[in-house]
Design a protein around this ligand. Structure first.
Ligand SMILES: Cc1cc2nc3c(=O)[nH]c(=O)nc-3n(C[C@H](O)[C@H](O)[C@H](O)COP(=O)(O)OP(=O)(O)OC[C@H]3O[C@@H](n4cnc5c(N)ncnc54)[C@H](O)[C@@H]3O)c2cc1C
Length: 424
C-alpha cells in the first residue's frame, strides 16, 4: 500500500491549513490505536483524548483524505436504517433513537465552539419532493417533528413556495428544517484532529496499516512501525482492506460532486437564495448547497467509478442544469468523487471483531452526523458503558457472498436497481 496525497477538490483548495503529522516509525505503545483519520477515527480519538486516554491515530494518507474530506457537507439528522433499529429496541427505544438522530449535530456545534474551528457552519436544510410519494414522506416527517416538539424552525412548503425558496421548478414540495445545515467537512475534520492532538493524542499520517496482529494486546503494523495497544479501533470505512469480514457486509458506493465557479450576485438571487443544504428523496440522491465563496456544490451519482474530473463533469453537469438551467454558462472549477460505505441492511455497523478490536463503519449518506455519535459510542464502550453500543452491535449484518472480491460490479448493480426504483 502506498500513501496518496489529497485529491484535487474545492475542499482541499480552500482548506484552512495543510496537515503534516509524521509517519509512524518504530515500535510504540498506547491505550488505544485508531486506524483511519476520517470523522469516525478522529471523533473517537478526540473523545478518548479528552477522557485522558493515550491515543495513537494511524492514517494511510492524510487527515480527511477519505469520504470525510470529500463529502457534500450536508449536516443531516437521522441514522440510516432507523426503522430496523427501532424494531430491535424495547420500551423507550424510540426516544433513545430520536435523541441519537440529532446528537451528532450537538457534538459538532459544541466542538466548533469549544475549539474555535472555522468550517463555515450554516443552519438550514431542505428535503425536496419530486413525486407524490415523496410528499407523503415529508408529511410524515413533519408530523414527527410536531409530535416531538422539535425545537428548531421547520416548515412544509407547497409548490410555488418551493420554487421561490429553492430557485428551481424541479420540485413539488419541500420540508425546510433549520436544525440541519451545512459545513466545510475537511476543515471540520482537520480542526477536530488538531483538537485531539491538543488533548494529547498522537497522529501519524502517510502510514498505511498492513495488518493487525490480534492477541491479548493487539498490534497495528505499518511498513515502518507498529503500535501495540490495549484496544484497537478500525475506522477505515469504505476504504480499508484489512478486515475481510467487514468488507463482506457493506458495499463501497461512489458519489461525485462538481463545484462551479463562484456565482454572481444576480445568479445567487435565483439559486438557493436562503443558502440551504438541499437534497432530494430518491434512493440515488442528488444533493447540493452553496459554499462560503458562493459556488454551487452539486453532488450525485455518475455511471462511472473512476476519478477523471472531465468525466465526472460530463456526468453531473446535465443533472445540475435540470435543476438550475440558469447556470448553463457557468464554468465547473472542480470535480471529484469519493467512496461511501453502504451496509446491505443500511444500519451503521458498530461492533467488535475481538474483545479488544472495535469498529464502526457504513453510515450511508448520513456520515457527518452519525460518525460523531459513533465516536462517542465507541469511547463510551471502551470506557465500559455499552448501552448505545449494544443497540448497534446487536443488529446482525446482512452478508453478501462475494462482496469483498466483486464490490465494484455489485455496487453498480445495486445502483442500477435503485435507479430503476426511482423512476417508477
Ligand atoms: C461524495 C460524497 C458525498 C457525501 N455527502 C455526505 C453529506 O453531504 N452528508 C453526510 O452526512 N455524509 C455524506 N457522505 C458520507 C460521509 O462522508 C461518510 O459517511 C463519512 O465521512 C465516513 O467517515 P469515516 O471516517 O468513517 O470514513 P472516511 O472518511 O472514508 O475515512 C476512512 C479513513 O481510513 C483510512 N484508511 C483506510 N484504510 C487504512 C489503512 N489500512 N491504514 C490506515 N488508514 C486507513 C483512509 O485513508 C481514510 O482517511 C458523503 C460521502 C461522499 C464520498
Amino acid at each position: 500500500m502506498v500513501s496518496e496525497p489529497h485529491i484535487d477538490s474545492y475542499y482541499v483548495a480552500s482548506a484552512n491549513s495543510r496537515t503534516d503529522y509524521a509517519p509512524l516509525r518504530g515500535a510504540k505503545r498506547a491505550n488505544v490505536c485508531v486506524i483511519g483519520a476520517g470523522f469516525t477515527g478522529i471523533a473517537t480519538a478526540l473523545n478518548l483524548a479528552e477522557r485522558g486516554y493515550d491515543v495513537h491515530v494511524v492514517e494511510a494518507n492524510k487527515i480527511g483524505w477519505g469520504a470525510s474530506g470529500r463529502n457534500g457537507g450536508q449536516m443531516v439528522a437521522g441514522i440510516a436504517g432507523e426503522a430496523r433499529i427501532e424494531k430491535t429496541l424495547g420500551a423507550g427505544g424510540a426516544d433513545m433513537l430520536w435523541e441519537m438522530r440529532w446528537a451528532g449535530h450537538d457534538i459538532i456545534r459544541q466542538r466548533i465552539e469549544q475549539y474555535g474551528i472555522d468550517c463555515d457552519l450554516k443552519h438550514g436544510y431542505a428535503d425536496v419532493a419530486i413525486k407524490a410519494r415523496d410528499v407523503r414522506k415529508l408529511q410524515k416527517e413533519l408530523e414527527r417533528l410536531e409530535q416531538r416538539n422539535f425545537p428548531h424552525e421547520y416548515r412544509l412548503l407547497h409548490r410555488e413556495e418551493t420554487c421561490a425558496t429553492i430557485g428551481s421548478d424541479a420540485y413539488i414540495a419541500a420540508l425546510v428544517n433549520m436544525g440541519d445545515g451545512h459545513l466545510h467537512p475537511l476543515n471540520l475534520c482537520i480542526g477536530e484532529a488538531n483538537a485531539a492532538v491538543a488533548n494529547g493524542a498522537t497522529i501519524h499520517e502517510d502510514s498505511p496499516v498492513l495488518r493487525i496482529d490480534h492477541g491479548s494486546r493487539p498490534t497495528v503494523i505499518t511498513g515502518h512501525g507498529s503500535v501495540s495497544a490495549d484496544i484497537v479501533v478500525l475506522a477505515g470505512n469504505a476504504y480499508h482492506r484489512i478486515a475481510r469480514k467487514l468488507r463482506r457486509v457493506m458495499l463501497p458506493v461512489n458519489s461525485y460532486i462538481i463545484a462551479t465557479q463562484p456565482l454572481s450576485d444576480e445568479q445567487l438571487a435565483s439559486v438557493n437564495p436562503l443558502d440551504l443544504a438541499i437534497s432530494d428523496l430518491k434512493f440515488v440522491i442528488e444533493y447540493y448547497r452553496l459554499s462560503a465563496d458562493k459556488r454551487l456544490l452539486f453532488g450525485g451519482r455518475c455511471n462511472y467509478s473512476g476519478d477523471d474530473p472531465a468525466v465526472i463533469e460530463t456526468g453531473l453537469r446535465p443533472r445540475m442544469l435540470k435543476v438550475y438551467p440558469q447556470l448553463a454558462d457557468v464554468e465547473i472549477d472542480y470535480a471529484w468523487g469519493g467512496r461511501i460505505g453502504v451496509p446491505l441492511h443500511r444500519v451503521p455497523q458498530i461492533g467488535r471483531l475481538a474483545p479488544n478490536v472495535f469498529y464502526s463503519q457504513g453510515y450511508t449518506g448520513h456520515g457527518i452526523n452519525v460518525t460523531h455519535i459513533a465516536g462517542q459510542i465507541l469511547a463510551d464502550a471502551i470506557g465500559g458503558t455499552f448501552e448505545r453500543f449494544d443497540v448497534f452491535a446487536g443488529i446482525k449484518p446482512v452478508l453478501l457472498p462475494g462482496a469483498h472480491s466483486f464490490s465494484k460490479p455489485l455496487a453498480a448493480l445495486a445502483i442500477l436497481y435503485y435507479q430503476i426504483r426511482d423512476r417508477l
